[in-house]
Structure formats: C-alpha cells, structure tokens
Design a protein around this ligand. Structure first.
Ligand code: SF4
Length: 757
C-alpha cells in the first residue's frame, strides 16, 4: 500500500540490487521518481540503505537502458518491434534445433536473476522448454560450492546455515567483506551495523582474508591468509577441536550425526603445524582461534566468496560447517542456524526430517566430463562446449540477465567462441559485452516496473521475514513484463509458435506447482482439489510470478493453506504490510530441516572425505615466496558488471587498480605512478598500480566486472570509465572439481612494470 497526497505518493519497495534486501521509500510525483531513501519502518532493514539503493532511479531513467527489442542486421543492432523480434527468434532457434537438436542450445542465467521474481519463477519454465542439459549460470563463479556441501550434508541445497548475527558472540569470517558487499548467502540488511552491535555487546569478529578489507579493518583480529588455503585452515581448526576432545558436542547434535568418527580420522593429518607454512598462519594462532570458537558462549564460522572461488571451494564450505558442529554451535541460538523461509524452499517441502538427499554427477559435460551440479555445468566449460565439434556442440545461446563475457574465466576465449554461434538471444536491459553478440536482445522492464519478492535470498536470512513489493511505476504501452518475455520465449522454443499467449504458459506453470503440492503428504494442501485451488488463486486477478508467489506463501510454513490455517500468510496480507512482516528470530530446526536418506547430518560425505586426500597433497607444494597470486575485491559502489553505467556510482578516482604490497612493489621496481603488465597462463592486461599495506605481501588484487572496452556495446558511462577485465587473467582450466566453481582467487600471475602513468 502506498501513501499518497495529490499527485505525490511514497511507494515502499525492497531493493533488488544485492542480497541485503533493504526496504526503500520511493517518492513518486506525477509518475516520476523524485527521491529514494531507506524505509525507516521496514521490519528488516529499519531505514538502512547503501549508496546503490537510491540509484534505482538513475537506472530507470538511464538513456542507454533498452526500451525496445534490438535485432542485429548486417552486424549492427537496430530497434525492432516485439513481433519482429519473436519472428527472428523463432526462425533462428528452430533452425538450430531442427538441424542439430535441442542439446545444441546452451543457456546462461546471470546473477541478477536471483534478485528477480520473474526470473526465479519463469527461468525454470524456459529451461524446461529448451530441453537441453547445456546449462550454465553465474552460480559457478560464485556460491555453488556452499550449496553442494550443504546438499551433501543436510540433503537440500537450500539448507545453508547462516550465522545468527544478532545473537552470536564470536564470528570467524573467511573470504567475506560485508562492509563492501553487504553480505551474501546470509541475508542481513545493515550487515556492518549487526557486526558492530556484536562487538558492542562484547563479541569478537575475526576476519580471514589476504587483504585487509574494510571488514578486516573493523575486525578485532585480521588473519592474512595465503589465497586458496581456507580449506587447510579450517581442517586444522577442526583437527584441533577433535584432538582436544569433542566434549562440547552435546547429545543434541550427536544424535543427528552420521560419520563423526570417519571425519575425525580423515582430518588427523591436518595439524596446525602441518598447515602453518601453506596458510601463512602460525600453529599457535590456529589453535587459539579453534579454542576461542569452542569456548565462546556462542560462535559461528561463515565463509563466502573468497572461500568458494578456490580449487577447494566445496571442501572449504563443508569444513565451515564441520567446525560449527565441532564447537557445538550448529542449529543453536547464536551459532549457525537455518532460516525458515516464508515462501518455502527445498527444506520445507516433502516429509520433514528425511528425504531423497542430494548428489552431483547425474550427468557429465560433453568435452571435459565435468560432473553436473544443481542441474548445470561449470561456466568455465562454456567456451569448449561451443568450440568443440560433435554431437551436442552448442550452436545457439540464450542468455538471461547475464554478462559472462566479463564475469567468467578466460573471457577472451569465451568471446571468440561466442563469435562462432549460429544464433543468440539475450534478455537484458543493456547492450553490453555479452548481449552485443546476440541476434536479438529482448529488454525487460526496469527494476521499478516489476513486482518483487526475494524468493531465493530470504532462504538465507538471519530472521524469518517476508516482504512483497508492488511495481512502483507502470509498464509503458506495449512494454512486456519480464515473465511474459520468458514465457513467450518458452512457447517459441517449445514449438508452440509466436502467437502463443504468455498466459497459456503461466497457466501450465501454476497448474504444475499445484499438482505437486496436492500430492505432497507434508503440504498443507495435500489431497485438495486442483481446480478449487486454481480458482481461489485466480480470484485476485493476479497472474504470472505474483500468482505463483501467492501459492508458495499460502503453502509455505506460515501459509494459510487456503483456509486450513487461520491467520496464515497470503500475498494479500503482504500487500497490506508494505514494510514487510517479521516472523521472528531463527529457531532450531533439527531434525525436521534434514532431507538426507538417513535422516541424519552426513558429516562425512564420501566425495568430501575423498577430496581431503587431494587437499593433503597441496601440503607437499613448496611455498614460493616470489610467486605473486591474484585475488579479486568488491567495492560498495559496484555490483559485478552491470551497475557501471550509473555516473554517481563510478565517478571519482579510478577504482580498477592492481593493489600491491609495498615490499612487492619495491622488489619489482614499481612505484605509485606505474602502470604494470599482469600476465597469467591465459592472458595479460595493463593496469595502474595502487600500493597499499592493506594486502598480504605476495598477493595482488583487481576488482571484477570491469573492462568495458568492447566494440558494439552501448553503455556510454561505463565505456568512459572502462577499467580492465580481471577475467582476462582467470583460467578456465582451474575449477573446484566437485562443484565446477571457477577459481577466481589465487591465480598465479607475473607482474612487470611497463611505464609511469
Ligand atoms: S545494501 Fe543492497 S539491498 Fe541495501 S540498498 Fe544497498 S544495494 Fe540495495
């Protein structure tokens, strides 16, 4: 509900730009956004907002944002009608399918889709309609290791424990920088404020990071680890706890563990002394941290991007929770807990406490035989799947809200491979480094023209909250909602034809969801009549993602069950609560959260135990002090590659610099005015140097998402402040073998001075 006076009104909306999900109060006058500030009454964010939140206005009015479809004619993108665009797509995709089969269509889903209700509800429909296993996404340059380890341990990839930030007294944070990122796989608006509140109540924050990030600066202790060795550190912490005796492991947890003796035995070689040289953290410190974690009144270990984007991303992610278990803090107030998402998730459906479990490798990629994880293959394998002839070679790509040319490894090779595609469709608001390859670009509406609910991110929230936002601005005449675009694409690729109304696909989507729920004996609508539920859902006249969301809410853990649960939540209730509804702090969920076949926590999944042997081998590698390794970094005003066309976010001094420790700079003859050549196995680039003590010696850092220098794009602000693309240096051959995640941190590089700026 919006407050209004004459032609001015204030609309309340959740910010969809990052995982924090802050509430915004958006002033609209005569249908023009005039002002955006934090919503002081938002139940979760209470007025907090970062510099990006208010730029939804600039994003909406960006002159480079696409308003009509584009079709490539004679190598140049020109505006087209929707009808023309659908016709070209039908001809292009059906031509490829008829000649090469459905496996020849690849898909890439970008990160913004995780913050987008249309994508969250209709991307799956599109993937099913395409019917190809050649699926890729931003997950494999991001968080997939944590989901794989959680799936193996708890039986559902939705069961990612999050630190109970508001109640913990000790937080060990690895490879995360929420002062810049605002948090990830831990939805917590004003993450920094929550950390400061922990410190104010006597709690301790320890940050493990090769860089003294803004978060590390605020920490009580900073451990400057060598890149890529988080798994070793965590193994040694777990080893210490096990060697001391796991007396704090209450019966509560013991009852739910499968494989405790096995994991303790497998961790035996990883003593603090054994890992000290490799990690760069001395044995006494490792032991002290382990014991502090155990002895704190409550504690949590939290690992994020720097832990995930390494060769041992899944193993490190698993060890985070092994330590949380060994300190007795899993599923405990102040420890690492499971959210109970209001709209449901993989760990609220089906019978509680036991399930089919999770596994990887239900298929393997065609060229390098990477195992499938979460229904997709590594983004790092996309280029070889496009280049390599044979059955299943990718001949066409459908990219939704993604820019893999900038955001995935060895981007020069990937760009070359995209040149040889027979056909490509992009759904994107910009003509960017990836959509410039597309034969057709389909523009979704701006973030302010869409309804919103954080379906994915509230699965990892530090409180159980729900917040729905109506569109702030209407669609322009003839403009399509994003779900309509995705539904139409689904109809075309499935062969139903371009005249198919998106509502037909929408009806099929909701019907299939209802069918599943009424067959689920644990659902609050088990055994109900399909038509009756569809009719009730349709009473509001809402369609598409909103109708699906209403169903998910009503059948979720707090839902009304279509009348079965008095006062249960519905979409209408959320609409009447524009600042959201707070369902309270997290509560222990063991054992009902489990979906493993054993009904226990699998603390020793065979593939992860086996991976410890690979980890052990790294201890034999002699530490080469002269080898520089590259890591990434975040900035508060940046959001991967797609927010660089907003002047207010990119103005000021160049942030796309190679950070280097003074000792390394001196050794290489580099000073603050130098430009350097950075070379890895796969490529080289030139970058200005920033010499800083806030980075470990032997490590250099470049931010990602930059490099807006390519021909054929139309993002003028970004091009004027192009920066360099760090993924020219990242290596597509280096991945975490279990999850397929790219190694983006710890890339060996050579740096040489080339000039003064
Ligand atoms: S922290 Fe994230 S959700 Fe909050 S205002 Fe900033 S970008 Fe938006």
């Amino acid at each position: 509900m919006n407050s209004a006076s004459n032609s001015e009104r204030v609309a309340f909306r959740t910010c969809p730009l990052c995982e924090a999900g802050c509430g915004l109060a958006i002033t609209v006058k005569n249908n023009e956004v005039t002002h955006i500030r934090g919503d002081m009454q938002d139940v979760f964010s209470k007025g907090f907002i970062c510099p990006k939140g208010s730029t939804l206005k600039q994003l909406h009015y960006d002159a480079d944002r696409l308003l009509t479809p584009l079709i490539k004619r004679n190598g140049v993108h020109v505006p087209a009608t929707w009808q023309e665009a659908w016709q070209v797509i039908e001809t292009g995709l059906s031509g490829v399918i008829n000649k090469h089969g459905r496996e020849s269509i690849g898909t890439y889903l970008g990160n913004p889709g995780a913050h987008n209700l249309s994508s969250m509800t209709f991307n799956r429909v599109l993937l099913q309609a395409i019917g190809s296993r050649q699926r890729f996404s931003a997950s494999t340059v991001d968080q997939i290791p944590k989901q794989v380890s959680s799936g193996m341990m708890f039986g559902s990839v939705s069961s990612v424990p999050v630190p109970d930030l508001d109640r913990t007294q000790y937080l060990l944070m690895l490879g995360a920088n929420p002062y810049e990122s605002n948090g990830s796989l831990c939805t917590a608006p004003d993450f920094p404020g929550r950390l400061e509140a922990m410190q104010a109540r006597g709690g301790k924050l320890v940050v493990v990071d090769p860089r003294k990030s803004r978060t590390a600066e605020q920490a009580d202790e900073w451990l400057a680890i060598r890149p890529g060795t988080d798994a070793l550190l965590l193994a040694a912490i777990a080893n210490t706890l096990a060697s001391d005796g796991l007396n704090v492991l209450e019966q509560r947890l013991h009852n739910y563990l499968n494989g405790l003796a096995e994991v303790v035995a497998a961790l035996a070689p990883f003593t603090p002394e054994a890992v000290a040289a490799s990690t760069g953290i001395d044995a006494a410190t490792i032991r002290r941290i382990a014991r502090e974690l155990r002895d704190a009144s409550s504690s949590a270990v939290y690992g994020r991007i720097g832990t995930c984007t390494t060769a041992f991303g899944t193993t490190a992610s698993w060890l985070v929770d092994v330590v949380n278990i060994f300190t007795g803090n899993l599923d405990r107030v102040g420890g690492a807990m499971f959210s109970l998402p209001v709209a449901g998730s993989g760990n609220t459906h089906s019978a509680p406490g036991r399930g089919k479990g999770f596994r990887i490798g239900r298929g393997h990629s065609r060229v390098s035989k990477h195992p499938e994880a979460l229904g997709e293959y590594p983004a790092a394998a996309m280029a070889e799947e496009i280049e390599t002839p044979g059955d299943g070679q990718i001949r066409a790509m459908v990219v939704v809200g993604g820019n893999p040319i900038l955001s995935t490894p060895n981007s020069q090779r990937l760009a070359k491979s995209f040149e040889q595609l027979d056909f490509m469709v992009s759904v994107d608001i910009y003509l960017n480094e990836t959509s410039r390859f597309a034969d057709v670009v389909l523009p979704p509406p701006s973030q302010l023209q869409r309804s919103h609910y954080d379906l994915a991110l509230l699965t990892f929230a530090v409180r159980n909250v729900a917040n729905y936002s109506e569109p702030v601005l209407p669609l322009a005449p003839g403009q399509l909602d994003e779900w309509e675009i995705l539904a139409k694409l689904s109809a075309i690729v499935s062969g139903a034809g371009i005249e198919t109304d998106p509502s037909v696909i929408d009806d099929l989507a909701i019907s299939s969801l209802v069918q599943s729920a009424i067959k689920d004996s644990a659902s609050n609508v088990f055994g109900r009549d399909h038509q009756e539920l569809i009719a009730e859902l349709s009473l509001s006249g809402r369609r598409g993602p909103d109708r699906i969301l209403d169903f998910l809410l009503r059948t979720g853990p707090f839902g009304d069950g279509f009348g079965a649960v008095p006062n249960g939540v519905t979409l209408e209730k959320l609409i009447d609560s524009p600042h959201g509804i707070d369902f309270g702090a997290l509560e222990p969920r063991l054992p009902e959260v489990l979906r493993t076949p054993s009904g226990k926590i699998e603390i020793a999944p065979p593939q992860l135990i086996a991976d410890l042997a690979r980890l052990l081998l790294t201890l034999k590698n002699k530490v080469d002090e002269s080898q520089l390794t590259l890591v990434g970094r975040r900035h508060l005003r940046s959001n991967n590659s797609w927010m660089h066309n907003i002047e207010v976010l990119v103005k000021g001094k160049d942030r796309c610099t190679l950070q280097m420790h003074p000792d390394d700079a001196s050794r290489l003859g580099v000073d603050k005015d130098s430009k350097v050549l950075v070379t890895s196995r796969v490529g080289s680039l030139e970058a200005p140097v920033e010499i800083t003590e806030a980075i470990r010696s032997g490590v250099v850092s470049l931010p990602h998402g930059w490099g807006h220098t390519m021909e054929g794009t139309n993002t003028r602000v970004a091009t004027a402040r192009a920066g360099v693309n760090s993924n020219i240096l990242t290596d597509e051959k280096e991945i975490d073998p279990l999850s397929g995640n790219s190694v983006l941190n710890g890339i060996p590089v050579k740096v040489t001075r080339i000039s003064h700026n």
